[in-house]
Each structure stands twice: as structure tokens, then as C-alpha cells.
Ligand binder design. Structure first.
Ligand SMILES: [Zn+2]
Length: 195
């Protein structure tokens, strides 16, 4: 019988949204790190800090599943990079990318859907500072949310503040869109929309 999880949100509560082998690997990764789940922040999903000789990671409490994993492991990669190189490398440079990939690949060994894993493995070849800017990752993380990329050409759509546009033509990863006054806007394909 299904029993709702009534325990108060603790530091590991979001971990429950992941397959057990992934949970245990991440728990190992977190050893020696001060890890906290915090109230959702608007500008960041997760954050790493090194102060008083202690690594601290905070993750927004509204993340779960793949997005929780990608965000948390992103921050753990900062910890590993700092331990190896201190401040001598770029925060999201090659050294960080290598650490992120090394930490992620063991978590993608048949624990998730194979199409999800293959997208994530591809993404891990050159991960970016913000995974939410990647269209494929966004589809995996938020399968039910629509983005400009999904709107057919010539169709009217709304953005989050309620303004309406018509989708016109593609410019690399962005789209030319026109509002009711005929003014042209360039909007990224990943922008969340209603249509
Ligand atoms: Zn980062």
C-alpha cells in the first residue's frame, strides 16, 4: 500500500526522489560537505560556498528528481575542483566540467530511462554552467512545460507576464517574434510559454 512520506523536510528528503543506487552514490559524494535544503531562491537553484575551511552546499527545496541530481552534483563538482585547484581555475572551466562528468557518469548506469540517460551522457561531454539553458535537459526535467521551441511557426503565444507574440523565424537558437504593435523581439527557444 502506498504510504505518503510525512516526515518533515530534512537535508536528505529530496534524495527520496532518486533511484536508491543514485542516492547512495550521492550520499558518498557528500561526505565531509555541509549540505542544506533551503527555501527556493529566484536567481539560483543551488549554491556552493567554501568558508571557515568548510564546504557548504545549499539546494532549493522545490527541486526533485533529475533536476535535484543535476543541481546537487554540479555543486559537488565545485567542491572537488576547489580541493584540487583552489581558486586557480575558472569556476565552470574544463577542470570543473571534468569533475562534473566524473561524478555524473556512475549515476547514469541504467538507473533512469535509457533515452534520458543517453541525453544526459551527451550533455555531460561539455556541461554548461546552467543546465536549464539546454533545451534537451529542460525537456527531461520539466516534461510538461511548454517552451517557445514547441510553438508552431506563425502561432500566437503568451509569455509569463501575459504579453502576446507571434512566432516568426529562427535565428540560431533564438526566434524572431512579433507583438501586437508589430515590434520584433528576439526570444530564446527555451523560454517558457503558453499557447
Ligand atoms: Zn556552478
Amino acid at each position: 500500500m502506498f504510504k505518503p512520506n510525512l516526515s518533515p523536510p530534512g537535508p536528505h528528503s529530496r534524495m527520496d526522489s532518486l533511484p536508491v543506487p543514485v542516492q547512495s552514490a550521492i550520499t558518498r559524494y557528500l561526505s565531509g560537505i555541509c549540505f542544506k535544503i533551503v527555501k527556493p531562491r529566484k536567481t539560483v537553484l543551488g549554491m556552493w560556498r567554501f568558508r571557515n575551511n568548510q564546504h557548504e552546499i545549499t539546494i532549493n527545496s522545490n527541486l526533485e528528481g533529475i533536476q535535484f541530481m543535476l543541481t546537487l552534483v554540479h555543486e559537488i563538482a565545485h567542491v572537488r575542483t576547489w580541493d584540487l585547484f583552489k581558486g586557480s581555475v575558472n569556476p565552470h572551466g574544463q577542470e570543473w566540467k571534468d569533475q562534473y562528468r566524473n561524478l555524473m557518469l556512475p549515476l547514469l548506469q541504467g538507473f533512469f530511462d535509457s533515452h534520458i540517460e543517453s541525453h544526459l551522457k551527451k550533455y555531460m561531454k561539455n556541461p554548461s554552467a546552467s543546465s536549464t539553458r539546454c533545451i534537451e535537459i529542460r525537456r527531461i526535467v520539466k516534461p510538461n512545460s511548454k517552451m517557445l521551441e514547441d510553438v508552431p511557426m506563425g502561432v500566437t503565444f503568451k509569455v509569463s507576464d501575459g504579453r502576446e507574440f507571434v512566432k516568426m523565424r529562427k535565428r540560431r537558437v533564438k526566434w524572431e517574434c512579433v507583438d501586437a504593435q508589430g515590434k520584433i523581439y528576439i526570444i530564446p527557444g527555451i523560454a517558457p510559454v503558453i499557447f
